[in-house]
Design a protein around this ligand. Sequence first.
Ligand code: SAH
Ligand code: SF4
Length: 369
Amino acid sequence: MNEQPNLYDLALPDIERMLGEWGQPAYRARQLYRQLYVNLADGPAAMTDLPVALRERLATETRMGVLELARLQTADEGLTRKALFRLPDGAVVESVLMVYPDRATVCVSTQAGCAMGCVFCATGRMGLLRNLSPGEIVEQVLWAAREIKGLRVKGRGLSDQHRGTQHSALTNVVFMGMGEPFANYDRWWRSVERLHDPEGFNMGARNMTVSTVGLAPGIHRLAGESLPINLAISLHAPDDALRSEMMPVNRRYPIAALLDATREYIARTNRRVSFEYVLLQGKNDDPAQAAALAKLLRGILCHVNLIPWNPVPGAPLGRSERARVLRFQQELQAGGIPCTVRVERGVAIAAACGQLAGAPVGAPLTIEP
Ligand code: SAH
Ligand code: SF4
């Protein structure tokens, strides 16, 4: 395999050490770090404030990133952009950029594949290939930040509906792509710290959200972290029998244990959590189940996000009809639980978890018109 260090896998002290060994003055490390995370340089050649010899040495002895864009799909007139990346070992991961008038969000992967096996999820069907490194997670975010720069430059071809409405910078990061972040906690958290660093990429903690399948130890751990990032928990069912059928992890951390961890998290952090609930026709979308859910969540500082299911080929499940979604929402709200229905982006390119990676990778690249 490749022996060259990936610069995005190095924290500032690692860069300081490396450049120190190369005999560079101390301030060079910060210069390089700023090139990576502030200027978003796309290679050593672009780092014109570094001496040519150093740029050349970086080019031959390190790598700047490992993600190879295998496919790009766009929807919503280019404001939704979904990338499939191939890693050097052949594993694939995906990221989705969604640009709105008031914000721009990137959804990134934390693992290639996932071991959790949720029945409604395309990634779950792949199994776990491997954990991503901090740099591999961070690099997906840098991709999105560069894409936005490109959009701003182009800003053309948009209909009246979208013209002039795209936000000009990346404002939010959600760890809701492929994989379970808490099953790769240490590496994932290093990516959060790197992205947050005010000397570097400077993404506000409150603009980052992690979604977990419900690994209670991870929730406890997050409660003790100093950065106040947002927490979303995938619940998807109001009772253990149904949740275990949909999400095998529930046998290990049943609903009571999950909600105990959640209450402790809220008590320690004073922060509201979100519960995600994917609606499946005739499975978990009955008004009686909404009432049961409202009862379950009563007294917890939370918000429920109802997610229309993105069909996964071969899964014997159905997407709830719109009327059932709205009925479910009404019932939850009547039970006193704040609740929204997720606005869908890029339905045409199935912007859900793991669905692009499931498609044949050899297929032709789709580039925006
Ligand atoms: N592993 C984490 C984060 C990645 S999945 C988790 O499970 O929370 C992000 C969200 O997408 C989860 O709420 C997950 O349940 C949901 N999801 C998975 N497959 C989906 C699909 N086909 N349609 C809609 N949402 C899906
Ligand atoms: Fe993994 Fe999340 Fe998909 Fe479940 S929903 S299989 S935890 S990525």
